[in-house]
Design a protein around this ligand. Structure first.
Ligand SMILES: [Fe+2]
Length: 407
């Protein structure tokens, strides 16, 4: 018969059981705590991923429809600034003609703004090295890096207060297209997560750049077709041969002297090259009529800017150009056609084109009139400043023409 346990032994067993349960409980509590920490970390990670994705989708949605590249580049630097909350962002793209990385946009916080950053070559400074190696490069503190601080191009950005750098290559299918460099005005160790975020962002930028380039090429093909049509039109009228080319030259001369943006200059060039596309609807006998036009014929001639705008209307990528084509025969005093717009209500580029177009018409022989000499044409532009032409543009154009003629 088994002897009954004494109270001491029973107490001992219970105490051992208690210790075992306590140990197990503390193990479970530790596991639970660990699980809670893991859950918090996953939640934080998800929230952070969401933020990344939000930025990336914002970029994708905003940029994919944007064809003018300058605005697109500015958007890239603005978003890159927001992603890592840095002080300076510089976007450089590889320019194969000059074999250099050209700055296409920069974003600065504060009042220090450098307008011109020099081009850099592959392997040069931090951005050039990131481009050449295809790898992200970060510098914690320029001042404490004896090699980096001596780099000429780093010194330029250091003068803007930059202390730390992160340069990430923009790679499309392994091929580098450019570099996004972001700078802080304090020493900063960019974490692997931040570097990865910039890599993901750069890969989206690469895809969008390719897409934009594809669109640009397609638009160029369309545009060249229209432009060839305009040149073919010139052959219907022997008196206007070379007109489009000269008008484009004069318009760009004025536009550049006015300091227009690259995007406006591009719009102006497109508009100048196809401004008379609407003449396709005018019969040859009216275009080439040596005597004065009757009322109906004049009406048909005056319809050509409207017809031009209608022809180009469906082409979304020319939406900036269409108003210039429509209004290139408006007069500053409101007596022009087709809409009798006056003064600043006429688009600026149309006012420039009007000056360039009229000067070429004055200095070319036409079936109904002989051309004016240079001096006569200049007098005519001056006489019509404030009437037919925007006075500021007319004065500038005369100055440029005189300089061009060495007068
Ligand atoms: Fe015209």
């Amino acid at each position: 018969m088994k002897p009954r346990s004494s109270p001491d032994r029973r107490h001992e067993r219970l105490a051992a059981e208690h210790r075992r349960l306590c140990k197990r409980f503390s193990g479970l509590a530790a596991k639970f705590e660990k699980a809670l920490r893991l859950r918090d970390s996953i939640q934080r990670e998800l929230a952070s991923r969401e933020e990344e994705l939000r930025h990336i989708f914002k970029l994708n949605a905003s940029l994919i429809s944007v064809v003018p590249c300058d605005r697109m580049y500015d958007m890239v630097t603005r978003i890159a600034h927001g992603l890592l909350d840095t002080d300076i962002v510089v976007l450089r793209l590889f320019d194969s003609e000059n074999n250099a990385l050209r700055v296409v946009s920069n974003f600065f916080t504060g009042s220090n703004i450098i307008r011109e950053l020099p081009d850099i070559h592959k392997g040069e400074a931090i951005s050039g090295r990131a481009f050449e190696t295809g790898k992200a490069i970060s510098v914690y503190d320029i001042d404490n890096d004896p090699v980096v601080r001596k780099m000429k191009l780093v010194r330029i950005i250091r003068r803007q207060g930059a202390r730390s750098i992160l340069s990430v290559p923009i790679l499309f299918q392994g091929k580098p297209l450019g570099v996004i460099s972001t700078y802080c005005r304090r020493p900063r160790a960019f974490t692997p997560k931040e570097i990865n975020l910039m890599r993901v962002f750069a890969s989206y930028v690469a895809a969008i750049l390719r897409e934009a380039e594809h669109h640009r090429q397609m638009h160029l093909t369309y545009f060249n077709t229209i432009s060839s049509l305009v040149l073919t039109l010139e052959t219907r009228d022997p008196y206007t041969q070379g007109h489009t080319e000269r008008v484009t030259k004069y318009a760009l001369l004025i536009g550049k002297a006015m300091g227009l943006s690259a995007e406006d200059l591009r719009t102006l060039r497109y508009a100048a090259e196809i401004h008379d596309i609407g003449k396709i609807s005018i019969p040859d006998f009216i275009l080439n009529k040596p005597s004065s036009l009757n009322k109906l014929e004049r009406h048909m001639i005056e319809l050509h800017p409207v017809k031009g705008a209608q022809i180009l209307g469906p082409l979304e990528f020319l939406k900036q150009v269409i108003p210039i084509v429509r209004h290139h025969h408006e007069r500053y005093d409101g007596a022009g056609y087709p809409d009798r717009l006056k003064g600043a209500r006429i688009p600026l580029l149309a006012r420039i084109l009007a000056c360039a177009d009229s000067y070429d018409a004055m200095t070319s022989d036409r079936p109904y009139k002989q051309k004016l000499s240079f001096q006569q044409a200049v007098r005519e532009i001056r006489r019509n400043a404030g009437k037919q032409f925007d006075p500021a543009i007319a004065a500038l154009f005369v100055k440029l023409l005189k300089k061009d003629q060495g007068a």
